[in-house]
Design a protein around this ligand. Structure first.
Ligand code: SAH
Ligand code: SF4
Ligand code: F3S
Length: 472
């Protein structure tokens, strides 16, 4: 049997990072990553944060079964948050699923898959939570780095290029926000040892990464669970150490809970040159009563004070957020407060969701539920206000010059230009018309190049720019 695999990824950047690691671990053991049609093994890395991505997992597995009808030997592994939630239930519902693994179990997935390839009747479940961050096999020295998988369109992020590295700094979450399933699917917060984070960042930079994104469900509480073991390195300290790695051009992190943001992290935005002026700071709701019922432990005033301090430290900071509408008990007045916060902060963009009941979370028991059509109507109003603000903030950048880290050829190749897609320091997507040396050849050498760009036009959700130099 040819050891070939194909990975399908749903969910957040932590899942994207996990899939990327798994692909590299399998390749280092002699497996080959192939297009879907040619793969023996399908890995579906799943997200359970709302009902919709959970349902997508079942339809995806149904689609695979349908597609392979008549051809024997369909084999699948299900990982991530739905795997943790449903566990062995997958074996009954989809008999071709032979491995389920959760977020701590992933460290053992490559061994398990090797074993299953040898033993066609076997089934393995890796669902235990561990007491400490589960360090994974080091597969960083691999020369054939596999491309990162595409991000789930549900959360709207484009795929990452090889010049960008995602590095986990922690696993799990202790916050238990009333609506959220993550603490149940990812387990309790476990920070990684700072030296392990630094070593991985250094290796990735040596291998060509120019941008590192530190990942965790709540990076601001990094180290709080390590005690003396962590040698007192909190998130601000970790940021400084990573930022000092020679050759690291851009440093980002996600996600931040506002309740834990340290003044030293706010100051870092003004002090660390390679820390990008971009921050995703989930607000979730604009009404103090709803924030209280959500258990967010931050009110409007505190959130606004944090935003003010951040903007004082870094005036060009691009702030983005997550918002939920239709949380149980949300009134029209509560919702208007969310719109009000949006106008006050003027987020550059936001991910907004209609509240979705998740099994076992505290909000599932809260009443009254907001009717679906009311939630839907609020979502549309919220998104229409955001679209206007996004448009205006992008428009304000027309005529400015900025640096863009090129990621991949752009879908847009018209108007006689050669276009590449990348991001500015604020994380905005910029489609760049290349004119100079960069325009020759559309191959991968351009990936990871930094170009100087003049913004010529603001589109609805992205920018259009022209290369004015290829400095580095
Ligand atoms: N750790 C991150 C959030 C991860 S989940 C943080 O605290 O910011 C990503 C987003 O999904 C959340 O910010 C929230 O806006 C949304 N979300 C989580 N549970 C949800 C639910 N039950 N219904 C709707 N949206 C939800
Ligand atoms: Fe979920 Fe809250 Fe933890 Fe974020 S901080 S993962 S929203 S429980
Ligand atoms: Fe989804 Fe799990 Fe991430 S629920 S958002 S994949 S932590």
């Amino acid at each position: 049997m040819d050891k070939t695999f194909h990975i399908i990824t749903f969910g957040c950047q932590m899942n994207v990072g996990d899939s990327d690691w798994l692909a590299r671990a399998l390749v280092s053991r002699g497996w080959r990553q192939t297009p879907e049609e040619d793969a023996w093994l399908f890995v579906v890395n799943t997200c359970s944060v709302r009902d919709k991505p959970e349902q997508k997992v079942y339809s995806e597995l149904g689609r695979l079964a349908q597609h392979r009808k008549g051809k024997p030997g369909l084999t699948a592994a299900v990982g991530g948050c739905v795997a943790q939630q449903i566990g062995r239930g997958f074996f009954e519902r989809f008999p071709f699923v032979r491995l389920v693994f959760g977020s701590d179990g992933i460290a053992g997935a490559p061994d398990a898959l090797d074993e299953l390839a040898e033993n066609p009747a076997g089934r393995i479940a890796l669902l235990d939570f561990l007491g400490a961050y589960p360090e994974r096999e080091d597969v960083l020295t691999l020369s054939t780095r596999t491309p990162a998988p595409a991000f789930d369109a549900d959360l709207g992020e484009p795929e990452a290029g090889p010049a960008q590295a995602f590095v986990n700094i922690m696993q799990g979450c202790d916050n238990f926000c009333a609506y959220c399933i993550v603490p149940y699917t990812r387990g309790r917060q476990k920070s990684r040892q700072p030296e392990a984070v630094l070593a991985e960042c250094r290796t990735r930079v040596e291998q060509g990464a120019r941008e590192v994104t530190l990942l965790g469900q709540n990076v601001n509480s990094f180290g709080q669970d390590l005690g003396a073991d962590g040698a007192g390195v909190g998130f601000a300290g970790l940021l400084r150490q990573v930022a000092a790695i020679p050759g690291l051009v851009r440093l980002r992190f996600t996600t931040s809970h506002p309740k834990d943001i340290d003044p030293a992290v706010i100051r870092a935005f003004g002090e660390l040159e390679n820390l990008c002026p971009a921050l995703h700071l989930p607000l979730q709701a604009g009404s103090d009563e709803i924030l209280r019922r959500m258990g967010r432990k931050v009110d409007r005033a505190r959130y606004l004070a944090i935003v003010q301090a951040l903007r004082a430290a870094r005036p060009d900071l691009a702030l983005t957020t997550d918002l939920i509408v239709g949380f149980p008990g949300e009134t029209e007045d509560d919702f208007l407060q969310t719109l009000d916060m949006m106008e006050r902060v003027r987020f550059e963009s936001s991910f907004s969701f209609r509240y979705s009941d998740r099994p076992g979370v505290a909000a599932a028991r809260l009443r009254p539920k907001v009717p679906e059509e009311v939630g839907q109507e609020r979502l549309l109003r919220l998104q229409s206000l955001q679209n206007g603000i996004t448009k205006e903030s992008l428009k304000a950048l027309e005529g400015c010059e900025t640096d863009v880290l090129l990621e991949a050829p752009s879908r847009r190749q018209d108007e006689g230009g050669h276009f590449w897609r990348g991001r500015d320091p604020g994380g905005r997507v910029v489609n760049v018309r290349l004119s100079g040396a960069g325009a020759e050849g559309s191959g991968s050498p351009l990936c990871g190049r930094m170009v100087r760009v003049r913004i010529v036009e603001a589109k609805n959700h992205s920018l259009l720019g022209e290369e004015v130099g290829l400095p580095w």
